[in-house]
Ligand binder design. Sequence first.
Ligand SMILES: Cc1cc2nc3c(=O)[nH]c(=O)nc-3n(C[C@H](O)[C@H](O)[C@H](O)COP(=O)(O)OP(=O)(O)OC[C@H]3O[C@@H](n4cnc5c(N)ncnc54)[C@H](O)[C@@H]3O)c2cc1C
Length: 291
Amino acid sequence: MKAPPFAYLRATSLDDAFRLWSAAGPEAKLLAGGQSLIATLAFRLSEPSALIDISRVPELGGITEAGGAIRIGALVTHAQLGASELVRRHVPLLAEAVPLIAHAAVRNRGTFGGSLAFADPAAELPACCVALDATVIARTRSGERRIPAAQFFTGLYTTALAADELIAAVELPQARPGERSTIIELARRSGDYAMAGIAVRAKIAGSTLVEPNVVFFGVGDRPISAGRAASALAGKPAAPATVAEAQAALGGDLDPPADQHGTPEMKLHLARVLLARALDRLIGHAGARAA
Ligand SMILES: Cc1cc2nc3c(=O)[nH]c(=O)nc-3n(C[C@H](O)[C@H](O)[C@H](O)COP(=O)(O)OP(=O)(O)OC[C@H]3O[C@@H](n4cnc5c(N)ncnc54)[C@H](O)[C@@H]3O)c2cc1C
């Protein structure tokens, strides 16, 4: 299918973007990397009157270090994220996530802000942002609002952004000493969206997990924090009995809908398998570093 007709307007600055957006009206949409939006137009899932191209707005780019946090501009592409030394050093979970996203061509154009705004429940970066306690910086013409990632994703492909707000950047706390993180997913083919995935972050003392954050993707309508499983793990060595207790607790954390990949029972099973694998990897990382 072909996209319906639309006007195309390219913004050269943030002020220009807001001016064009307000003149184009509520039916207009922002265009960043176009890797999700253009597909929805081609399938006629969305019929915007105009696309405001923000991909060359300089204020929305860049990766910087500021006050114990890493600030990542909305237009930073997945490829730039994966190549950044600051990201590797201070938010390694994001660097680990990048190769799991699609293929090189998509990673070269798709943006961090676009991925969060699109809010696909099976996407990697939204889950990482929740696991990392990130803050989304939302901008309107007149000001800025800070939204914790855990409150940003409100449902299937929906977010807490107001109709006149865009994502300007995301701030992520730098990894603390002794902190480890990992992301694992199960997909039918390399580069596909996940059937189920997990992002975990914790401080590791010996083989004990301190303050674990366990977040699943692809098993609900948004990234899901598994609070009961995290409580079952917190402050205990990751011995088989503890892992089994946490896996059982996932029954209270997750209520996966059936989808094209399988039944709710199958998805819960995959989540339990992923939790055990992620813990193995986390403790293995800690052991490898201590050795
Ligand atoms: C073949 C294929 C496979 C893919 N596989 C994966 C995958 O495995 N995992 C994954 O996570 N993603 C995957 N993607 C999606 C990819 O990561 C997209 O790049 C991403 O979801 C959207 O980013 P974008 O910059 O392309 O946004 P666009 O497509 O330009 O925009 C998407 C939506 O976000 C809005 N938007 C964009 N930027 C902003 C902003 N700064 N503020 C507010 N709203 C904004 C747009 O208005 C639009 O509604 C895949 C895409 C393709 C084509």
